[in-house]
Design a protein around this ligand. Structure first.
Ligand code: ACO
Length: 211
C-alpha cells in the first residue's frame, strides 16, 4: 500500500475527530450571569455566548482570583466595557452598540473559528481582561489547523496578577482541543518576556503591510 492510503486514513481520522468532537455543539443553551458568577441574580436575561462555555479550561477557572471569572464573550458585552479593555492594547474606534453586536453575530455565525473570551469582575460585572483565538483551517499537514492568538489586553488596574497568563493558557487550551498543530501570535519586543513566561518561543519574523 502506498503513501496515498496512509494520507487518506490520516484525513479520515482527522475528519471523524472533528465530527465526534463535543466542541461541535454550538447549540449550547444560553447561560445566565447568575449561574456563572457570584450566584447573585444581577442580570436575568440569558447571555448569548460566542462559543460553548465548556471550552474554557477548568484549571484556568480554578486558578483565577475568587472575585473574577472567565467566560466566552457575550452578545451584550459591549456594555461591560469590552472596548475599554481593548483600548489598553491599541486605538479602538467605538462603532456603537449596534455595530459591535453585528460584528459579534458575524463572528458567531462561523462556529469553531472565532473564540473571544473575557475575564469579568463578578461584583461590578465589568470586563477586566480580553483575548481571542482564530482557528485557521489549512490544506497542508493532513488538512490541519493553526490557532492564532490575537488581541490580548488586561485592564491597567489588574495587570501583574497573572490574568494575562490565564488568558493565554485558556486560548491555548481551546487551540489544542480544536486540534490545532500549533498556536502562534505576533507581539512587540517588549512583550516577548511575557510570552516566554507563557511557554512561547521566538520563531521566524512578522511581516506587515498596512492599507
Ligand atoms: N515584560 C516582562 N515580563 C512581563 C511583561 C513584560 N512586558 N508582562 C508580563 N510579564 C511577566 C510578569 O511579571 C509575570 O512574571 P512572573 O510569572 O515571573 O510573575 C508573567 O509575565 C505573567 O504576567 P501577567 O501578570 O499574567 O501579565 P498581565 O496580566 O499584566 O498581562 C499583558 C500581560 C497582557 C501584556 C498586559 O500587560 C497588557 O494588557 N498590556 C497592554 C496590551 C498588550 O500589550 N497586549 C499584548 C499584545 S500582543 C497580542 O495581543 C498577541
Amino acid at each position: 500500500e502506498g503513501r496515498g492510503g496512509e494520507a487518506e486514513r490520516c484525513f479520515e481520522r482527522h475528519l471523524s475527530s472533528l465530527v465526534d468532537s463535543p466542541h461541535l455543539d454550538v447549540g449550547t443553551p444560553p447561560t445566565t450571569v447568575s449561574n456563572m458568577s457570584s450566584g447573585q441574580q444581577s442580570y436575568s436575561a440569558p447571555l448569548e455566548l460566542a462559543f460553548p462555555e465548556d471550552l474554557i479550561s477548568p484549571e484556568v477557572l480554578k486558578a483565577l482570583p475568587s472575585e473574577l471569572t472567565m467566560r466566552p464573550l457575550a452578545s451584550d458585552d459591549y456594555k461591560r466595557g469590552h472596548l475599554d479593555v481593548l483600548s489598553v492594547l491599541t486605538v479602538v474606534n467605538d462603532p456603537g452598540a449596534a455595530a459591535w453586536t453585528s460584528q459579534f453575530h458575524a463572528m458567531r455565525a462561523m462556529p469553531r473559528t472565532y473564540f473571544s473570551l473575557v475575564i469579568v469582575d463578578k461584583k461590578s460585572d465589568r470586563i477586566v481582561g480580553v483575548g481571542s483565538l482564530f482557528v485557521e483551517r489549512k490544506f497542508l499537514r493532513g488538512l490541519g489547523s493553526v490557532g492564532h492568538i490575537e488581541d490580548i489586553a488586561v485592564d491597567k488596574s489588574q495587570q501583574g496578577k497573572k490574568l494575562g497568563q490565564r488568558i493565554i493558557q485558556a486560548l491555548t487550551y481551546i487551540s489544542e482541543n480544536s486540534g490545532c498543530y500549533k498556536t502562534i501570535l505576533n507581539c512587540s519586543d517588549s512583550n516577548v518576556p511575557f510570552y516566554e513566561k507563557c511557554g512561547f518561543a521566538r520563531k521566524e519574523n512578522e511581516m506587515a503591510k498596512y492599507a
